[in-house]
Every structure is written in structure tokens, then in C-alpha cells.
Ligand binder design. Structure first.
Ligand code: 5HY
Length: 243
């Protein structure tokens, strides 16, 4: 099967690292491709960025469906545009936050999240409630690093993330930690070794869940609210979505 990872921000280097992390854990026979929108924020660090990035995600879904992609992973911890993307396609669309939350609850009664900036904590908290995991998550923590510091100052960023993971392990009474950024995907092995409890990267979790859905022949339901959008014109810059 062909899984397309969509990095909703427009930083190519991060797309490459996310794609490489996915390829390392993909099953034999799974083809991985990774892309990002042509337009949009270079990093997603709040509600405004999420709103703009969602349109780019939808563009990538349209493009991927024209290329015969079998499943999509939205590789941003805000699960940017997830439900809208699911309306657009009949194949699975997995958000890395939702995927990581699911896997964390299969191995631990409680988990904490370590994300980037404090201002994005509320986005993760909204998703926990929306997905029904709020009683399983003890705390959403921020390492207080800008997303692109994961590209530009990797070792310092790693140390800050690792320190926050250790605090979660020691203070939160959790059995697992979820990494709250697609750009952290290639840090999971080092963090797992250093922190000593299970650390879950949503990119890997989403790839494996996409493989599972593909193996079961399950796609996005087109019955009900995730049915294809009703046919209508779209004005202005979105006219190309119209039918
Ligand atoms: C992400 N931002 O996974 C999120 C992380 C965050 O550009 N990719 C981004 O803090 O929400």
C-alpha cells in the first residue's frame, strides 16, 4: 500500500525527516511518500497557523487521490484539517495526535504529552476532549521550543524535550509519554532510551494504524458526516474545489 505523509507546514527539511522516520518503521510492501503544501506557514504554532495549514492539507488530499494514494497521515500534532480531509477522500486519513493517543491507552492507563510551545498546549487539550481521551491524559507539557528549533538547534531542543519527558515520568504518575510534534519523530528512539518509559511518536503510530486499516480493507466511511462534500460552486481562490 502507498501511504502519503502530509506535513502541513511548509518546511521541506521537516518533511524529509518525517518521511525518513516513517520509512524506518513501515512494513515491507508499504510505500511511503512525504509532501507538504506549496503555501502555508513554515511552522504551525497556534490556531491561526492551523486554520491556514488546513487548506494546504486539503490540497494535498486532492492531489494524492489523483495519484492513487491508499492512505494519508496528517503529520502535525494539531491534526490539521483532519475531518475535512476525511470528507474529501474514501481512503483512511490518520492524524498523528489521534493515533498516538490511541496507542498510548493500549499500553498505559495514563499518559502525558510533551509538545513544543505553551501556547499550543490548548490545541492538544481540545483534541484530547474531542477524541475522548481527556481522562487518560494526565498533563500536556511544553518544552518551550519553537517548532523550527527542531531543525536549527536540534541538540538543544532534544535536551529540553528529554528534560520535560523526565519530569512527566517523575511527576505525572504516567506509564507512557506522547511526543507532541511531527518534527520530533526521529527523536523517539533516543528519548525512549533516555527516559526509560514508553515514548510514542504519532508519525509511527499513524503509519501502523494506516497499515492496519489497509490490511482490513477499511477506508473512511462515506455514510453520514464524512460523506463527500455536497456539490456546489466555491467562489474566488477556492473555485477549484467546486463542482
Ligand atoms: C507539528 N507544529 O507537529 C506542530 C507541533 C505543535 O509545525 N508541526 C508543526 O506544536 O503543534
Amino acid at each position: 500500500m502507498h501511504i502519503r505523509l502530509i506535513n502541513p507546514n511548509t518546511t521541506q527539511a521537516m518533511t524529509g525527516r518525517i518521511g525518513a522516520a516513517a520509512m524506518r518503521i513501515a512494513a515491507p510492501g508499504t510505500r511511503i511518500s512525504a509532501t507538504q503544501p506549496e503555501s502555508g506557514p513554515v511552522s504551525i504554532e497556534g490556531h491561526f497557523d492551523e486554520a491556514l495549514a488546513a487548506v494546504g492539507v486539503l490540497d494535498e488530499i486532492r492531489r494524492g487521490d489523483g495519484e492513487g494514494v491508499d492512505a494519508y497521515v496528517i503529520a502535525c500534532f494539531g491534526d490539521s484539517g483532519l475531518l475535512a480531509a476525511r470528507e474529501l477522500t474514501a481512503v483512511p486519513v490518520i492524524g498523528i495526535a489521534e493515533a498516538a493517543f490511541h496507542l498510548a491507552t493500549l499500553i498505559s492507563t495514563h499518559f502525558s504529552v510533551v509538545t513544543t510551545l505553551g501556547r499550543t498546549v490548548v490545541i492538544a487539550e481540545h483534541l484530547l476532549r474531542a477524541y475522548g481521551f481527556e481522562h487518560h491524559c494526565r498533563k500536556v507539557r511544553a518544552a518551550e521550543i519553537p517548532v523550527l528549533d527542531l531543525e536549527e538547534d536540534g541538540e538543544c531542543a532534544f535536551e529540553r524535550i528529554a528534560a520535560e519527558c523526565r519530569r512527566a515520568r517523575d511527576e505525572d504518575g504516567v506509564g507512557a509519554i506522547v511526543l507532541g510534534c511531527g518534527g520530533m519523530a526521529d527523536l523517539v528512539g533516543r528519548l525512549q532510551t533516555g527516559v526509560g518509559i514508553p515514548v510514542i511518536d504519532g508519525v509511527a503510530a499513524a503509519v501502523k494504524l494506516a497499515e492496519a486499516l489497509g490490511g482490513l480493507g477499511l477506508g473512511t466511511s462515506k455514510h453520514g458526516d464524512l460523506a463527500f462534500p455536497r456539490a456546489k460552486p466555491y467562489a474566488g481562490r477556492f473555485a477549484y474545489f467546486g463542482s
